[in-house]
Write a protein that binds this ligand. Structure first.
Ligand code: ZN
Ligand code: ZN
Length: 120
């Protein structure tokens, strides 16, 4: 059976609930009528939103996992897991200030020694 040509073939988009010509729907071989449930406009908007959300999620996750500290002596970057830094802060342990024992020692030598009050 062949349908008459020129017959307005429309389909209702399940997303915006508008009737649109079949041409306004992307092809979808798995669908019974060969067209996607959503019109192209809704598809584009939805996928743009989807990727934007995905990208935003990725951007947020990255810096959240690592904390960058700088050695107070040589300025070298030190990468620590956020969970480790937060764990230290919870336990009242100071966050690392130096990249190595050497830098720590140099900083202590540079600072004036605690006054004579400690003597005796
Ligand atoms: Zn639509
Ligand atoms: Zn250092």
């Amino acid at each position: 059976m062949t349908g008459p040509e020129g017959e307005p073939r429309v389909k209702r988009c399940t997303h915006c609930d508008e009737e649109k010509p079949l041409d306004a729907f992307p092809r979808d071989r798995t669908s019974p009528d060969g067209r996607f449930r959503w019109c192209k406009t809704c598809n584009t908007a939805a996928s743009r939103e989807y990727y934007a959300r995905k990208k935003a999620a990725r951007d947020v996750v990255k810096p959240a996992k690592w904390i960058v500290l700088h050695c107070e002596t040589c300025g070298k970057e030190m990468h620590y897991r956020r969970s480790e830094i937060e764990g230290r802060q919870r336990r009242g342990v100071p966050v690392p200030r130096f990249c190595s024992m050497r830098c720590r020692g140099m900083a202590q030598r540079r600072e004036p020694a605690p006054g004579p009050a400690e003597g005796a």
